[in-house]
Each structure stands twice: as C-alpha cells, then as structure tokens.
Write a protein that binds this ligand. Structure first.
Ligand code: SAM
Length: 245
C-alpha cells in the first residue's frame, strides 16, 4: 500500500512549516485537506501544485473510504487541516484508525499545534497538563465539565471560539473561582497577545470590544488539597499504636 502522511501546517504564520512537510506535500499523489481553498493558499506559497481533495467532518466516512482505496492501490496521501496538527480538535482520527487497522503505514510529519505553542509560552507548570479541546456548547454540559475539572491539579488547556470567550470566562469564574489563567490569542500572527492573571481581570481586559481571532485558554492548577498537619500525624500515630497490631 501507499503511505498516509499526517502533516502539521501553520497556525497563522505561513513560515511555520517544516522543510520535510514541504518536501512531502510536493511528493505525494494526493493531498486531503479540510478546506481545499484554504490549503491551496499554503501550497501556492510553496510552489506546490498537487491534486487536492476535501476531507472534513461531514464527508469523512465516504471520503475516508475513497482515500483508503487510493492508499490500497499504492498511492501516497497527505492529510492536512486548516491549521496545526490534523486530528487535534480536527478531522483525521477515523482515517488514521482505519488505515492503521489495515496495515497501511501512517507517518507523522510533526509541526505546530496551537495548544503546545500556548503552553510553551504561558508561564504555567508544564510537567503535566491536560488538553480538553473545546468545551461542550450546551450550557448544562459545559458547567458540568467545568465542575468536574474544578479540583484538577494539572494545567487544563481549552480551545475556544472568540465569540464565546467572555461567556466561557464568566462560567469559569463562577465555577472555578478567581483562578489564574492565561488566554493566548492569535498565536504567530500580527496581533499575537497573552492575557495573564486572575479570571476576573482577564475577563475585564476582553470586555467592551468584540473579541477577534483565535484563542487558547490555559487554567492554572487548583490549589493543592490541605496536607495533614503535625497534630493530625500525631493522632494518626497514636491511633495505630493503641490498636496494637
Ligand atoms: N488542529 C489545530 C491545532 O493543532 O492546534 C486546532 C484546530 S481547532 C479546530 C481550532 C482552534 O485552535 C481555535 O478555535 C483556537 O482555539 C486554536 N487555535 C488555532 N490557531 C490558533 C492561533 N493562531 N492562536 C490561538 N489559538 C489558535
């Protein structure tokens, strides 16, 4: 069979693409893109004129079958999305699963992903974190999700649409309290911006004008649960000594 390449593309600045990604995009038989017009701009910039076909959320089962057919015939296919790494809050996972399941080689061509770029510049602990992608759009589910994450001891990373940023910050303030957060906006673009601080002040910063561009929200870990004090330890010891076992 051919090879399925999963290729990361820029999240804004068109220079953020690897030499290897450019070479492979120029060598494959077919490029499957979330939005062919969007990807065409990137390909034009790098002088690549390969055939493009669409692969997005609503045609992914039919188109997936088609792409698997081409791979079985020995053709190589590159999958890209509008920004960043395919499959990360983007289409692709089912195609990778199905290709790998049939023994078709799947090869990553790594590069940008908005959450890694945001985490690496947020100034929050990076040793362990969780990526939640987009919060559910239905209010009840959103609030439940936030409540579930309230005690999380790791940094929590969310993607959000600009038009929902303020509402999400309001929900976060209500449920998490005035936790330290970072909003990373328009990464790698002209209006790149970091808003850091308690949720209330970050929210005030974005209140008033319409929020534009793309955002990643990073929430600092919850305060550590109270550790047992010295008296608690003494009581515990006494308890065990008295038990005599
Ligand atoms: N596959 C992409 C990746 O690897 O990051 C993510 C695609 S997801 C549909 C789009 C979301 O990613 C946006 O709503 C935003 O939360 C985040 N995002 C993408 N580009 C960004 C940028 N330049 N600055 C900040 N956030 C960005």
């Amino acid at each position: 069979p051919g090879i399925l390449y999963i290729i990361a593309t820029p999240i804004g600045n068109l220079e953020d693409i690897t030499y290897r990604a450019v070479r492979i995009l120029g060598e494959v038989d077919l490029i499957a893109a979330e939005d062919t017009r969007h990807t065409r701009k990137l390909l034009t910039r790098y002088g690549i004129t390969k055939p493009l076909t669409s692969y997005f959320d609503h045609n992914k089962s039919l188109k997936g079958e088609y792409l698997l057919g081409r791979l079985r015939d020995g053709q190589s296919v590159a999958l890209v999305t509008d920004a960043g790494t395919p499959c990360i809050s983007d289409p692709g996972y089912q195609l990778v699963r199905d290709a790998a399941g049939e023994g078709i080689p799947v090869v990553p061509v790594p590069g940008p992903s908005a959450f890694v770029a945001a985490l690496s510049t947020a100034g929050l602990p990076t040793d362990s974190f969780i990526f939640e992608g987009f919060l559910p759009s239905r209010e009840k589910k959103r609030l439940e999700k936030l409540a579930h994450l309230k005690g999380e001891q790791r940094v929590v990373i969310f993607y959000e649409a600009p038009g929902r940023l303020l509402a999400t910050l309001t929900d976060m303030l209500a449920i998490l309290g005035d936790r330290h957060i970072v909003v990373a906006r328009e990464l790698t673009k002209i209006h790149e911006e970091f808003a850091r601080g308690p949720i209330s002040s970050v929210r005030s910063h974005f209140t008033g004008a319409e929020v534009k561009g793309e955002v990643v929200i990073l929430v600092a870990p919850a305060p550590a649960p109270a550790t047992p004090g010295e008296d608690d330890m003494k009581n515990l010891l006494r308890h065990y000594l008295q038990r005599g076992d």
